[in-house]
Structures are given as structure tokens and as C-alpha cells.
Design a protein around this ligand. Structure first.
Ligand code: NAX
Length: 321
């Protein structure tokens, strides 16, 4: 029997509450019969994690071999095959974004050092907790044992949102929309790019006023819109996107995908940033899709997102050895 150890941080939070049940209902991992699931959260959340463990046990999932809950990151990360880093400190009232970035930088640096000590070079890490791309950058820099390609940040929610909004505009099904790209940061500067999108092999043709007046701002601000209507941040859709992200990494995809990866000069983007780029993904490896045609207005927006990531990188520079 093949068993993988999967660790989820921030396990007592909202996203994890959807994600855990989604994963256990149908494992997205290739050739894996069961998982050993370890749930990490801070000391204060251990009681709530115990309640969550009871619920998981009550589902009698045949995909679950063992479950552990802990506040000890060494125990949580030890020998993990997959680490899904959802845990992060939220922004509190009156807090500056730079303070939020720095608080999380401290958390991710310390967790990265533990991961580097207790995991093997084949461990895969997905960063979700915000600022996801900069947290992933810190993680990458502080895990020299783990190849850069094994650390990715979640951009799939943005890509799913973009596909769904375009499908609805064109009155098509989402699976008919191909080659959707998200460039840049997981923030309001991200650049949803539909200029290469195809429906049944035909390039999508929509008015420019809709692209810049509706489509791009709607995707960029969708997270805020959900908070406004639901009174809570997106959790189930984020969990669903994390599931998709794991699934495509493990099993490949026929689609153009968007994940945050470490740049090495592609498309003239500064090296050494975690940046969302168009990728083709086959089982266990991915490649940046070359020679994508970039509209000049989109190119300007990509530069703005790059600038934001450079600023974030500058804020956390003491965490990047
Ligand atoms: P919650 O506040 O519900 O849960 C976060 C959990 O993390 C809490 O249980 C908290 O105790 C825990 N935590 C904090 N510090 C920790 C540490 N040092 N070690 C372990 N656990 C720790 O937030 P939730 O709604 O679940 O969102 C989690 C994160 O995902 C947030 O940072 C959020 O901004 C981010 N998101 C990222 C998305 C992406 O596409 N990359 C989309 C969804 C979401 O907004």
C-alpha cells in the first residue's frame, strides 16, 4: 500500500475546514492509497483542532491511514511528502500591509528552517497564506535542501475566477475556455490575461472596454467582493483551487496553468521572484510556456505587479539569506 504524509498548516482555519474533507473524499495524489494527515496550528487552536479531528474520524474515510494534530512544527513537517501552508497571521484593524508582510516573514522563515532540517529534497510545498508569493519566496530561500521547483504558490483560484467570469460573459461552459493566464502577484495587481484565450480553437474576441473596465478589475478584486457579500473571506473556493493545484502538479494538465514559481528571467521579469507565469504541466514537472503574445497594455500591467513584488521582496530582505 502506498501512503503519503500530508501536512496542512493553519489547519484550524476556514480554508482548511473545506480543504481537508475535499482531499480525503478523493485523494488528488498519484498512486497513493491513503494519507497520514498531520494538522498544524498554534497552541491556542489545539482544542478546536481536537474537535476537527473528531469530525474527520467520524467521516470514516478509507483514504485516511493516520491523523495527528500538533502545535509543534518539527513534528508536523518531519518527513512530509506534501506541505500545504495555509496558516498565516491575518491583517488586523489599523495594521499596515508592510507590518503584515514582516509578521508573516518571521513565521515562514522559522517554518522553512524546520522544513529544511526535517524534510527530504522530494518534499513538495504549496504556499497559500498571504502574502502568498512573498511567503513562498522566503520559504524557497530558506530551504536550500529543497529544489526551487518544489515550492509553488497558489494562483489557481485567480485563474478559476477568470475562466468562470469569461465563460459567463461568452455564455460558454468553463471547460470550453482554454489558455487563460494570470501573471504576477496574488493581489489586486495580478494580471488576468485573456488575449490568448480560445474557445473551440478560436481566439476569444471581446470588447477592450469590457476587458479593462470589467474583466480585469473583477478578477483582481473578487476576494474583496466575496468578503463584502458573505461577510467572510473565500474559503471553499480557495480549498477547491488548492485541490486543483495539487491535482495538476501530480497528474499533469492539458491546459495552460498558472502557478507562482521562482523566476529565472522569463518574459523579462526580474530573477528571483515568486511570480505567476503560464505553465505547461506534465506529471511531476512543469515548463514556462514560451513566446506567449503579450498585448502592450497587459505588458504595462505585468510591470506594475512585478514592481509590487520587488517592493515586497525589499521589505523582507533580511529574511532572504
Ligand atoms: P483563517 O484565519 O481562518 O486561518 C488561518 C489559521 O492559521 C488560523 O487557524 C491560525 O491560528 C493559523 N496560524 C496562524 N499562524 C500560524 C502558525 N505560525 N503556524 C500554524 N498555523 C498558524 O484564514 P483562512 O481563511 O483559512 O486563510 C488562510 C490564508 O490564506 C490567509 O492568509 C488568506 O489571506 C490566504 N488566502 C490565500 C489565497 C491564495 O489564492 N493564495 C486565497 C484564499 C485566502 O485569502
Amino acid at each position: 500500500m502506498s501512503i503519503k504524509k500530508v501536512t496542512i498548516t493553519g489547519a484550524a482555519g476556514n480554508i482548511a475546514y473545506s480543504l481537508i474533507f475535499r482531499i480525503l473524499s478523493k485523494l488528488p495524489f498519484k498512486a497513493t492509497d491513503k494519507i497520514n494527515l498531520t494538522l498544524l496550528d498554534i497552541e491556542l487552536s489545539q482544542k478546536s483542532l481536537t474537535g476537527l479531528r473528531f469530525e474527520i474520524e467520524d467521516c470514516a474515510f478509507s483514504t485516511l491511514n493516520k491523523i495527528a494534530i500538533t502545535a509543534d512544527s518539527e513534528k508536523a513537517f518531519d518527513d512530509s511528502d506534501y506541505i500545504i501552508m495555509v496558516g498565516a497571521k491575518p491583517r488586523s484593524k489599523g495594521m499596515e500591509r508592510s507590518d503584515l508582510i514582516l509578521d508573516n516573514a518571521g513565521i515562514f522563515k522559522s517554518q522553512a528552517e524546520t522544513i529544511n532540517n526535517v524534510c527530504s529534497s522530494s518534499t513538495k510545498i504549496i504556499v497559500v497564506g498571504n502574502p502568498a508569493n512573498t511567503n513562498a519566496l522566503i520559504l524557497n530561500y530558506n530551504t536550500p535542501k529543497i529544489p526551487n521547483e518544489n515550492v509553488t504558490s497558489l494562483m489557481k483560484l485567480d485563474q478559476n475566477r477568470a475562466k468562470s467570469i469569461l465563460a459567463s460573459k461568452l455564455d460558454k461552459q468553463v471547460e470550453e475556455i482554454h489558455q487563460m493566464i494570470i501573471w504576477g502577484n496574488h493581489s489586486t495587481t495580478q494580471v488576468p490575461d485573456l488575449y490568448n484565450c480560445k474557445v473551440k480553437s478560436l481566439i476569444v474576441d471581446v470588447e477592450e472596454s469590457w476587458i479593462y473596465g470589467t474583466f480585469i478589475p473583477k478578477v483582481q478584486k473578487r476576494g474583496g467582493e466575496i468578503i463584502e457579500f458573505r461577510g467572510l473571506s473565500s474559503a471553499a473556493s480557495a480549498a477547491s483551487a488548492i485541490y486543483d493545484h495539487i491535482n495538476i502538479l501530480e497528474n499533469g494538465s492539458d491546459e495552460w496553468e498558472s502557478l507562482g514559481i521562482m523566476t529565472s528571467g522569463e518574459y523579462d521579469i526580474t530573477e528571483g521572484l515568486m511570480f505567476s507565469l503560464p505553465l505547461s504541466i506534465s506529471e511531476n514537472s512543469y515548463k514556462v510556456i514560451p513566446d506567449v503574445n503579450i498585448n502592450s497594455k497587459i505588458a504595462d500591467l505585468i510591470k506594475l505587479s512585478e514592481k509590487e513584488l520587488l517592493k515586497e521582496r525589499d521589505i523582507v530582505k533580511q529574511y532572504l539569506p
